[in-house]
Design a protein around this ligand. Structure first.
Ligand SMILES: [Zn+2]
Length: 122
């Protein structure tokens, strides 16, 4: 699971390419925030279609000279997650503990897994 390490949230943004917002740094990723409570609960985990909806640069957002524009096809006003730094975290298939890498042994139970990462526990 991808975790947002350095991010900010722009509140109440309306999808409109004609409007630009002051934003000092160029985002690494931009996502529409779907479930902020779950996002906070799972340590700022970016679960596509669950906590966030990833938006495409060019198609849905743009940044130039300290101005950010958001023109996703969502209706109404939304909270937009601006991500500057991401880390990837895996979960142990045996105990659900967090692991730093896919190949590392689980620090909680010592279980080593060499296959696909498990889905995030709820
Ligand atoms: Zn474990």
């Amino acid at each position: 699971m991808l975790i947002a390490k350095d991010f900010l949230i722009l509140r109440g943004i309306k999808a409109d390419g004609r409007v630009s917002h002051a934003l000092e740094r160029k985002p690494l990723k931009v996502a529409t925030l779907l479930d902020e409570e779950q996002f906070n609960r799972n340590g700022h985990g970016l679960l596509h279609n669950r906590t966030v909806f990833f938006e495409d640069q060019m198609h849905d957002w743009a940044w130039a000279n300290g101005r950010f524009r958001y023109f996703s096809r969502v209706a109404g006003e939304v909270d937009v997650l601006i991500v500057y730094e991401l880390v990837d975290v895996y979960f142990c298939t045996q105990c659900g503990g967090k692991k730093e890498s896919l190949d590392a042994k689980c620090p909680s139970c010592g279980h080593a897994l060499a296959h696909n990462p498990a889905p995030a526990p709820n």
